[in-house]
Ligand binder design. Structure first.
Ligand SMILES: [Zn+2]
Length: 428
């Protein structure tokens, strides 16, 4: 049924009996692979045509209980969400749709228990299948510290690349190359050599950092050629990592080139956390039905520190704090203290459970050769994170290293915060 009507019989379109049977078997978690394909196809179609599924367990003339097609981005699968509550009709208790979808429940349990970690398997964002996952619905990727189905795979792939390239590390003065955008791209390309899109297909073979490669069609030409010998059960795909001062809904705005237009909405963290760029955008290029060929099908835009440091940041406050830390590096260096700043992208293990400090600073006093680690944690961004940090995160962080707590409000008085951090970092 379309969403404009009440769903009573005259406004419904029947699902053929054998398809319905397959859908139900899939829904309750007892379906075969074919049932799953049929289920996914039905849900995908409903999603595409903006329709709901009406259940007929209440008969023909009463408003039916509804099921909404939905996409579980982390598990990369479609499922049916029950629309109940708020005066909506409820299924009969013996109706198969009376409970949540089995697969959805299973994924939900898995995700709740899962720390934020690199993706399993290959560095791939597109999966082969009849239905193209490129049509992933728009999700406001929201706060990526909230673990759960909202962390898109493409985001985790980008973090994995950043982690391997160590662009999330700002080395000690004297032990690092002069920061530049070229060097950041170089580090990403180096890391791409050790990641794999599919068996025997290194990421480096289809990884680009220059938007010109789009314009000249080089990406498509290489991909088309390689696709002929691409391993079965893997989808041919290429990746572009591009620095962008800003992004719009579907456009990556580049400093000195035409914008890149993506076939789906660009995913990025919620604006209330990070309101502006620059971004490092990871674009997945693959086959796209509407484009009748290869196209940039998905993109994730990660806010980063600036054009010379592809260090991911998750809030305006983090960007301000890291900027201050980089200035402190020089002051401390003059006092004989070397510091290395790391922005962890994945969770770290502790006996109490996973945690992720906002920053880890490795401090080496060159005069005494004393070395120590400090966690820096920004607090007070909002009430909810504040409580979570205090009760859950801080005790875990303390198991790894002492924690320097910084209230976001402190960033307003830079001189005072500088003094406090200097004291903390010099270990006086
Ligand atoms: Zn029902």
């Amino acid at each position: 049924m379309d969403k404009l009507h009440d769903g009573t019989e005259p406004h419904r379109e029947a699902v053929p009996g054998d398809m319905l049977a397959a859908l139900i078997r899939w829904y309750v978690g007892k379906g075969s692979e074919t049932d799953e394909k049929i289920g996914v196809m039905l849900v995908h179609r409903a999603k595409m045509f903006e329709r709901w599924l009406a259940c007929d367990c209440l008969g023909s003339y009463r408003p039916p209980p509804l099921l909404s097609p939905a996409y579980l981005s982390d598990a990369e699968t479609f499922y049916l969400r029950r629309l109940t509550g708020e005066g909506r009709p409820e299924h009969l208790t013996d109706c198969p749709f009376y409970r949540d979808q089995a697969e959805f429940e299973r994924q939900q349990r898995k995700l709740d228990a899962k720390p934020l970690a690199p993706v399993d398997g290959y560095f791939a964002a597109l999966k082969p299948l009849g239905e193209h996952l490129a049509q992933q619905p728009i999700s406001d990727a929201a706060d990526n510290r909230v673990r759960g189905p909202s962390t898109p795979r493409l985001a985790r792939l980008l973090w994995q690349l950043i982690d391997a390239a160590e662009t999330n590390v700002i080395g000690a003065i004297g032990h690092r190359r002069r920061p530049s955008i070229r060097y950041e791209y170089e580090r990403l390309r180096d890391a791409a050599r050790d990641l794999w899109i599919a068996p025997e297909i290194p990421l480096a073979a289809h990884f680009y950092t220059h938007p010109d490669d789009f314009r000249t069609q080089k990406i498509y030409a290489r991909l088309r050629k390689a696709a002929k010998a691409w391993p079965v059960n893997h989808e041919p795909q290429a990746f572009l990592a591009a620095f962008a001062p800003s992004v719009t809904r579907r456009e990556i705005i580049l400093p000195e080139a035409d914008p890149i237009i993506i076939a789906s909405d660009i995913v990025k963290p919620a604006a209330k956390k990070v309101e502006r760029g620059p971004y490092l955008v990871l674009v997945a290029i693959g086959e796209h039905a509407q484009a009748r060929g290869y196209a940039p099908v998905r993109a994730y835009a990660q806010p980063v520190q600036d054009g010379r440091h592809f260090s991911p940041i998750h809030s305006n406050a983090e960007r301000a704090l890291q900027e201050l830390l980089m200035r402190l590096q020089w002051l401390l260096n003059d006092k004989g203290i070397s510091t290395r700043i790391k922005k962890p992208v994945f969770d770290l293990d502790t006996e109490l459970g996973p945690c992720r400090p906002d920053f880890i600073v490795d401090v080496l006093d060159r005069r005494t050769q004393r070395r120590r680690l400090l966690n820096l944690e920004l607090l007070g961004y909002d009430a909810e994170t504040y409580c979570r940090s205090k009760e859950v995160t801080l005790p875990r962080l303390r198991l790894r290293a002492p924690v320097v707590e910084i209230e976001v409000a402190e960033l307003a008085d830079e001189a005072a915060l500088t003094d406090r951090l200097m004291l903390a970092l010099t270990g006086v």
